[in-house]
Design a protein around this ligand. Structure first.
Ligand SMILES: Nc1ncnc2c1ncn2[C@@H]1O[C@H](COP(=O)(O)OP(=O)(O)OP(=O)(O)O)[C@@H](O)[C@H]1O
Ligand SMILES: [Mg+2]
Length: 310
């Protein structure tokens, strides 16, 4: 049995979506973006329907035969790739959720929020957009976090727009609260700005609901694991080991990004144990082999909540 809210959302997002199901103004903008292709970016405060717009755009563009890429630049509420990363997905079948897209790229941020990580957030988004275009995306859409306020939000969004150069900017807002983001860009010749209102049925997510979603996504990512023993080498860790602030306990359950020789993020891992006398450590990761791991990117996140079956 579906609740009334679930039914409403199903009608909007379900497979038999009719023209009348879109919130006001959305269909026109979706069509324009799909017709013109290229890169678009969706901005708005938390819970304004950004990811819903991205999902509808991806579905519709795919239905029209376009090669569709989605960059999920929300490292906290990740749909594509695990939390703490910027993910690139391609739509290869009719999807109900963005998480059903095929993962084609990852960039490790090492945090669940862009605050304090503005540069990696911008670099990661740009890298995933470039990769999406290189892989032939005809319609490439960037979903973003709801950080639009404070100085950090302004700098983050402005920098992303400057670097990614989207053709279309979709602004979802209730009372003009995100207008300040685009004020400096309002006269840009190559930028089309679409202002859309927030769907009345949008549900606000509590902090706890966001934490729960993040936890579930990470648990799903680490569901199937392999354990590897790796040497505690400075070149692998990318830093001077003597500068580490041991005790080793600080590193137990530490979330790390795993990079290959091209500097591409292969996936995530968790440090389980450090054996200083033997100069080695054990790493849990869903990656099936460790040979391609050339560097570990440390985070400050310790994932105590994950429990693994042996
Ligand atoms: N038109 C709609 N009808 C029913 N439910 C909707 C509609 N639009 C959005 N929702 C629901 O509202 C919630 C918030 O929407 P969404 O996740 O798209 O917002 P967001 O701006 O991406 O949020 P965040 O800031 O967390 O990234 C979701 O649960 C979504 O399914
Ligand atoms: Mg979202």
């Amino acid at each position: 049995m579906f609740s009334k809210q679930q039914e409403e959302e199903k009608n909007l997002l379900g497979c038999e979506m009719g023209k009348e199901d879109y919130p006001p103004g959305w269909r026109k903008v979706l069509e324009q973006i799909i017709d013109q292709g290229k890169v678009s970016m969706v901005l708005g405060a938390p819970d304004t329907g950004k990811s819903t717009f991205v999902r509808l755009l991806a579905r519709e563009a795919f239905a029209r035969g376009k090669r569709v890429g989605v960059v999920d630049a929300d490292m906290g509420q990740s749909d594509i790739g695990p939390p703490s990363t910027v993910g690139l997905g391609f739509v290869e079948r009719k999807l109900d959720q963005l998480s059903e897209s095929t993962l084609r790229g990852l960039y490790f941020i090492g945090s669940f929020s862009p605050e304090g990580n503005l540069l990696p957030a911008v670099v990661g988004t740009k890298k995933m957009v470039d990769k999406g275009l290189a892989l032939g995306a005809q319609v490439l859409v960037v979903d973003t976090t709801g950080l639009v306020h404070k100085e950090a939000g302004k700098i983050l969004k402005k920098s992303k727009i400057e670097l990614v150069s989207p053709r279309h900017l979709v602004l979802l807002q209730r009372n003009g609260e995100a207008e300040h983001l685009i004020l400096p860009l309002s006269r840009r010749r190559n930028l089309i700005i679409h202002r859309l209102s927030v769907p009345s049925k949008v549900r606000r997510k509590s902090k706890e609901a966001r934490r729960k979603y993040r936890r579930e996504r990470l648990q799903a990512y680490f569901k199937k694991n392999f354990s590897f023993i790796l040497p505690l080498e400075e070149s692998l860790l990318g830093r001077n080991i003597s500068s580490f602030s041991f005790p080793e306990d600080d590193f137990v359950n530490l979330l790390v990004g795993l990079e290959d020789e091209e500097g591409e993020t292969l996936g995530l891992g968790i440090i389980k144990e450090i054996n200083l006398p033997k100069k080695e450590f054990s790493l849990l990761t869903p990656l099936g082999e460790s040979g391609r791991i050339k560097r570990l990117l440390l985070s400050t996140i310790q994932l105590e909540f994950l429990s693994f079956s042996p």
